[in-house]
Design a protein around this ligand. Structure first.
Ligand code: UDP
Length: 562
């Protein structure tokens, strides 16, 4: 992809024509083409020695099809959500840049064509092998494949799906029978996929794969220019739809005492009443012009909604400080309408937990906006400090290419699970090495001949505290939970290696297992591998957690994962 190679964009212009969402995606691809091209060259230099397969890939963007109602396209120019479009544009570009053979569909008709369903026979079950190695789609797309083509995921265990799922799906919600029996019912779950077949916008939960998107990366000269031209008292408000501004006058008035406030709120003819008169509203801007505005601004301020979008990363990459509200108690599907019905119980601690937890100060400041004194003091602090533009590696073009490349080469949810390494006592006596005064264990090298990705050498076994999830337990040890390694620790020997004495060992279907119940000195093993889950906790259990290391700036990959 570069200025002269437009064949991909020409191909795109022939599919799904006329939709505003596609025009947005194409504009983005054109704007970012040079960045992708230079990132591809850098990655290619690094991966020279690695063999890469060219895959036949179908991308079916279900939520933009007419058949799913496509509520997004008409709102592209009216302040509606754009994050999903940003992500799909970047996924398409990454797959193309990596050299795969792509087919893209934005309608059922195109989908039928690619899958070889004869005209008029849309509801007949597919027979014969699929003409694709991989299918990237979303929940709407999955539903369409099932409804219209009988592509039964149960029967076709080998359907190589990757489901783009912004907020993520936890295993307890994905497992159909378990979800129904244990109160994890939602509108979306029930697909019985492997948890890592769901791919999210941010690394929300390691139970899913982190797909992400990209933001523009600046070179040194651009960074210096930005810092030179920053306007110290200029703030931009995060919120392109008027409803996001409702009830926020109080803290905006405080901010206005110190700074000139800019907005990019969509309006038709009149200024939206929700936007205070002292705000300079530019109306919804094209992406490129928003970047220019962010380059001048010192502060990008969140209003609490939208959750977990791309814009804060763009602002931080352009040298802004992102100030956002803390949520106490955290928002989740249990207490907030937006998350209700989504297949996750994840607790969202602020408007943008990734910015809070993975970036943090000085680029990101997360505070209680109801505390006016703290708010005002923070504004004064922001005007005093200088920050440099910053973009985590995983959100650069090179980082995304590296990650998607690693997934395509290594993730395999179709072949029958490699057999569990034969457990024998001599093998077990040495593999576990107990580190002094901690319960972290290292699984030694004689187990590493068993193929797994991430490799077994990355495994660090750990017991959580009671009431703690494996997401938290691994994080506490500066590691990350790795569900693909659960199968290696779901054995009774893992308890003894952690010095947990079992009076009894039982296998059950419970997404918190393997775990130890101190009260009964009982050790529980997981009976259904589909329920291996990093998320989930109970005061009754100390969970067994397969943690692994990760690369700085690329949390999806362990050190030996490339
Ligand atoms: N955006 C834009 N013009 C604007 C405001 C935002 O093009 O005036 C873009 C922005 O560059 C970002 C995208 O909208 O890439 C999505 O932004 P947001 O974080 O608001 O997420 P959403 O809620 O739309 O998914």
């Amino acid at each position: 992809v570069d200025g002269s190679d437009c064949s991909f964009l020409v191909y795109l212009s022939e599919v799904g024509t006329g939709k505003e969402s596609l025009s947005f995606m194409k504009r983005r691809m054109r704007r970012m083409a040079a960045q992708w091209a230079s990132a591809a060259r850098r990655l290619d230099d690094r991966l020279r020695s690695h063999w890469r397969e060219q895959n036949r890939i179908l991308v079916h963007v279900g939520f933009l099809t007419e058949e799913s109602g496509d509520v997004f396209s008409p709102k592209v120019l009216k302040g509606g959500p754009l994050g999903e479009m940003v992500q799909w544009a970047d996924i398409l570009t990454a797959l193309h840049v990596l050299g795969h053979n792509l087919k893209i569909s934005f309608s059922l008709k195109e989908l039928h064509g690619f899958l070889g369903v004869p005209p008029g026979r849309g509801s007949c079950p597919l027979t014969g092998p699929l003409p694709f190695d991989l299918i990237y789609t979303d929940y709407h797309g999955l539903q369409q494949m099932k409804q219209h083509m009988g592509l039964s995921l149960r029967k076709h265990k080998s359907v190589p799906h990757r489901v783009i799922d912004t907020f993520g799906t936890e295993p307890a919600y994905n497992h159909e029978e378990y979800a129904i029996l244990h109160g994890y019912r939602t509108n979306w779950g029930y697909w019985n996929l492997h948890g890592q077949q769901y791919m999210t916008m941010f690394p929300h939960t390691p139970d899913n794969s982190f797909m992400g998107f990209v933001a523009e990366e600046l070179n040194e000269t651009e960074k210096q220019n930005i810092q030179r031209n920053k306007v110290n008292n200029m703030a931009v408000v995060y919120g392109k739809e008027a409803s996001m501004w409702k009830g926020k006058e109080k803290f905006l008035a405080i901010l206005h005492r110190y700074m000139e406030i800019h907005g990019t709120v969509y309006y038709e003819t009149q200024r939206p009443p929700e936007v205070p008169a002292f705000v300079k509203n530019h109306g919804l801007l094209p992406q490129q012009e928003l970047q220019q505005l962010l380059r001048k601004a010192k502060l990008f301020i969140g209003l609490g909604f939208p959750y977990e979008g791309p814009a804060p990363l763009e602002a931080i990459a352009n040298g802004c400080i992102f100030l956002q509200p803390k949520f106490n108690p955290p928002h989740s599907s249990l207490n907030h309408d937006f998350f209700r019905g989504k297949p996750t119980s994840r607790k969202v601690s602020s408007q943008h937990p990734y910015a809070e937890q993975y970036i943090g100060r000085p680029h990101v400041i997360t505070i209680d906006f109801n505390n006016s004194e703290e708010f005002e003091a923070t504004i004064r602090e922001i005007m005093r400090i200088n920050v440099e533009p910053f973009l985590p590696y995983e959100y650069t073009c090179e980082g995304m290419l590296e990650r998607v490349h690693a997934y395509i080469q290594n993730q395999d949810f179709c072949s029958p699970e490699a057999p569990f390494p034969p457990v024998n006592s001599s093998w077990l006596s040495s593999p576990f090495v107990l580190l002094p005064n901690s319960s972290i264990l290292t699984w030694a090298s004689n187990a590493s001949s068993y193929t797994s990705w991430p490799p077994l050498s990355a495994l660090r076994l750990l017991a959580s505290l009671e009431g703690e999830s494996c997401v938290e337990a691994c994080q506490g040890a500066e590691l990350i939970c790795e569900p693909a390694l659960y199968r290696f620790i779901n054995i009774k020997e893992a308890f003894s290696a952690l010095e947990l004495q079992c009076d009894g060992v039982e296998s059950q279907v419970n997404h918190l297992l393997p775990a130890f119940s101190a009260e009964h000195a009982e050790c529980g093993l997981q009976q259904d591998p589909l329920l291996f889950s990093c998320a989930g906790s109970s005061a009754k259990y100390q969970r067994l957690c397969p943690c692994r290391d990760y690369r700085v700036g690329q949390v999806a990959l362990c050190r030996d994962c490339l």
